[in-house]
Design a protein around this ligand. Sequence first.
Ligand code: SF4
Length: 233
Amino acid sequence: MIIHGFNKTTLLDYPGKLACSVFTGNCNFRCVFCQNASLVLEPENEPVISDREVLDIIEKRKNILQGVCISGGEPTLDPGLRDFIIKVREIGLPVKLDTNGYMPDVLEGLLRDGLLDMVAMDIKSDLEGYAEIAGLDHFDRERVQKSVDIIINSGVEYEFRTTVVKEYFTEKTAVGIGEWLNGAKALYLQAFRDSDDVMVQGLHGYDSEDLLRFRDILRRYIEKVEIRGTDAG
Ligand code: SF4
């Protein structure tokens, strides 16, 4: 697997666990609010850390770590993903996969073979706004729908998460996502944070009050809806 980033310790990326995070490059989306634009657009210009080196560090820290989060970019595009996960599991640590859900067959295979302990899937928007936010000319909604269904029915711990950007998210978006994911277990609303590496410059986040309003709308449909990245609770 081609690894472009490695965070040896995090309490943020794997809920309830002291974990390390591994970041792959490349993506099949071009989300307007992507925080890792350089990793997505020009992975060849990003530093590479050998997976052997990363696995050695994980092995050495296995008594401290409680899990490994694999994120990106989009990890399901990397042909080495499965082997890497198998090696992490041989070390004895659970694996969480972050994905945009656009490679449902890869996801299905990993879940079917019991290789994942948790999945976090981005929900970019309601289905109507998906193509625009994901930056795709041709968006195949069936692929995202398939991943949602696979995850909900997998029996594995999961969460959906949505980055909330003022220019693209309204109450209508919240209702659309709620109706779509009705009955799902958990959705996290992530406050948008601007930076120099965001795909489209000039976007804005909502304040806490607005995020709470969206949270309350979504709670009509989804068991657990929480906000991340702000003081709002
Ligand atoms: S935010 Fe979008 S473009 Fe960026 S890595 Fe995630 S899915 Fe890919």
